[in-house]
Design a protein around this ligand. Structure first.
Ligand SMILES: [Zn+2]
Length: 148
C-alpha cells in the first residue's frame, strides 16, 4: 500500500467525532492496491451505525479525487469491531474532545476537570454508542463512549 493512500485515509474522520480518524477508530482492516483499483476493507464500529455509510462515502470520495482507479469499499462484519481496536492516540483524542473513552475497568472520569465524582444520567447519550454522565464537581454533562 502506498503511504499516500494511508495519508488520505487518515484524513477521513468519524462524522460524529471529527477528531477521530478511521485509523484511530480501528475500522480500517485492509487496503489493497492493484493496477486498476484500490480496495479498502472496513469493519463498522456498531452495526447499523448510520455514521458508517457516510464514512464509506468519504473514503470513496477522498480516494477518487486523488487516484484514477476504481475505488471499492468492502464491509467485513467478522470479527466484530470492539472498543479494544481504538488506538491509544484515538482514546486520547476522544478525552481531549470531551468524551470519556471506553474504560475496561469501568472507571469514568470527567474530561473537563478529571474528577471521579461523576454520575450516570442516561444509558443513552447523544447516540446509542454513548451514555450520558454528569460531573458532580464542575457540573458539566459529558458522553462516555461505551465499551463493547
Ligand atoms: Zn468535571
Amino acid at each position: 500500500m502506498s503511504s499516500r493512500i494511508e495519508q488520505l485515509l487518515s484524513q477521513v474522520t468519524d462524522p460524529e467525532i471529527p477528531v477521530l480518524s478511521l485509523y484511530d477508530l480501528g475500522v480500517i482492516r485492509k487496503v489493497e492496491e492493484t493496477d486498476t483499483a484500490i480496495i479498502v476493507t472496513i469493519t463498522p464500529t456498531y452495526s447499523g451505525c448510520p455514521a458508517m455509510d457516510l464514512m464509506e462515502k468519504n473514503i470513496i470520495e477522498v480516494l477518487e479525487n486523488n487516484f484514477d482507479k476504481e475505488i471499492k469499499v468492502i464491509t467485513q462484519l467478522s470479527p466484530a469491531w470492539t472498543t479494544d481496536w481504538l488506538t491509544e492516540a484515538g482514546k486520547k483524542a476522544l478525552f481531549e474532545y470531551g468524551i470519556m473513552p471506553p474504560s475496561p475497568k469501568g472507571e469514568v472520569i470527567c474530561p473537563q476537570c478529571r474528577s471521579k465524582n461523576v454520575v450516570l444520567i442516561s444509558q443513552f447519550g447523544s447516540t446509542a454508542c454513548k451514555s450520558l454522565y454528569k460531573c458532580n464537581d464542575c457540573l458539566e454533562p459529558f458522553d462516555y463512549f461505551k465499551c463493547h
